[in-house]
Write a protein that binds this ligand. Structure first.
Ligand code: GLU
Length: 429
């Protein structure tokens, strides 16, 4: 047994970052002002509905007990049960989860699926845990947040640091407590326990459906466009694969270890095979090494930030040389950067539209799980494309009509829909 030794707290050693919640609130305030929201409604929509913080122990492989902190936040329930992923990250805190939950509310409203927004997180670096430890942590966290989750009330899904296996453990843990299988408790499950065809690919595909539709709408030529992608997790790698299949040239990709650049286009299927046995894209021999900062300012047609928040800021926005930014991550651009990009005529397809493919197919998965009736991948993809194309036009037409940028338009559309639902439901009691 080891004896407790006081250490400098993790929070104190955390690098200072712009707060995602500050960004989310600034975006909300701007859209609320344009919408002319009455003050009561403004306050309702701005605040998280409920928040849960849990501290719980996990027995590690060496026999020691470690305590972890987790969260689950429901932002808004006006349009339906809450929906949103669970993030495992050493940086996650309550404020970040609040921001991500708020973005989920607007995202579900923009693509018009019947959900409110939620998000969860555990302060942990999952790469530091063994598979057994990860399972134990997931099962205990699931049990701790059981008061907030249910198939009709709040349905978790994957996010950064979690994957289909983690969803399987969540589903199993919840089901063990109930005494029967409850597949609709979570989405992003493996296919063999009731996951949906196409869910794993959904976010990346949705991003490229949206980019292609934007190009079509603007009358720009889509053929062979050059794309740079920051992040090579689920979102970044599937975006790269889809871009490749659509005939685009992926000239740069990166992960936490740095990036690679190849002006002739990276062989994405080969890179994805390579990544099954390697830790970082920087080990791939067919390209020049670049940093993440360099990737963001590369000369290209479309830049896809698909890593984490606050990547494009007042410090680097003026150096962005892409024609379009397609936000794969949630909150990658700060409000200050937005202003600079707007001035420089860089088109930003905002996160709550661009990366909504994930939650759209989560919705399909939930419907299939509730009905125990499963769809073909082709149906899933057709329906996904229809929703992404329709949502792009809803946002674009809002932008034209109100003479505002696409991010503000998406927020106005999403927040407006949640406001309408709130008015229609009325106030209880
Ligand atoms: N974590 C994803 C997001 O940020 C997916 C959420 C879901 O499928 O519920 O949109």
């Amino acid at each position: 047994m080891t004896i407790y030794q006081p250490q400098s707290s993790a929070a104190a050693s955390k690098p200072q970052r712009d707060s995602a919640y500050k960004t989310a609130l600034a975006q909300f305030d701007r859209a609320a002002q344009i919408l002319g929201l009455e003050s009561g409604l403004y306050e309702i929509l701005r605040a998280p509905r409920r928040e849960l913080t849990v501290n719980f122990p996990v027995k590690m492989d060496n026999g020691e007990i470690r305590c972890f902190t987790g969260y689950r936040v429901h932002h808004n329930t006006a349009r339906g049960p809450t929906k949103g992923g669970i993030r495992y990250s050493p940086q996650v805190d309550l404020e970040e989860v609040r921001a991500l939950a708020m973005w989920m509310t607007w995202k579900c409203a923009v693509v018009n699926i019947p959900y409110g927004g939620a998000k969860g997180g555990v302060v942990v670096d999952p790469k530091q845990l063994s598979l057994r430890e990860l399972e134990a942590l997931t099962r205990r966290y699931t049990t701790e947040i059981t008061p907030l989750i249910s198939p009709e009330g709040d349905i978790p899904a994957p996010d950064m640091g979690t994957n289909p296996q983690v969803m399987a453990w969540i589903m199993d843990t919840y089901s063990m407590h109930r005494g029967y299988s409850v597949p609709a408790i979570v989405t992003g499950k493996p296919l063999n326990i009731g996951g949906s065809a196409g869910r794993f690919e959904a976010t990346g595909r949705g991003i490229m459906f949206t980019v292609r539709e934007a190009y079509r709408t603007f009358g720009w030529s889509f053929d062979g466009i050059r794309i740079a992608i920051q992040g090579f997790g689920n979102v970044g790698s599937i975006t790269a694969q889809t871009a490749h299949e659509m005939g685009c040239k992926v000239i740069a990709v990166s992960d936490i270890g740095g990036g690679i650049y190849n002006p002739h286009g990276i062989d994405i299927p080969k890179l994805r095979r390579f990544m099954k046995e390697h830790r970082s894209v920087t080990e791939f021999p067919e390209g020049d090494r670049i940093t993440n900062a360099e990737l963001l300012t590369l000369q290209c047609d479309v830049l896809v930030p698909a890593a984490t928040e606050n990547q494009i800021t007042a410090d680097n926005a003026a150096q962005v040389r892409a024609r379009m930014i397609a936000e794969g991550a949630n909150g990658p651009t700060t409000p200050e950067a937005d202003e600079i990009l707007l001035e420089n005529n860089v088109v930003v397809i905002p996160d709550i539209l661009c990366n909504a493919g994930g939650v759209v197919v989560s919705y399909f998965e939930w419907v299939q799980s509730l009905q125990q009736l499963f769809w073909e991948e082709e149906d899933v993809m057709h329906r996904l494309e229809r929703i992404m194309v329709r949502s792009f036009h809803d946002v674009y037409e809002t932008a034209l009509r109100m003479d505002i940028d696409l991010r503000t338009a998406a927020l106005v559309l999403g927040i407006g829909r949640v406001a309408e639902a709130t008015r229609t439901r009325g106030l209880y009691p």
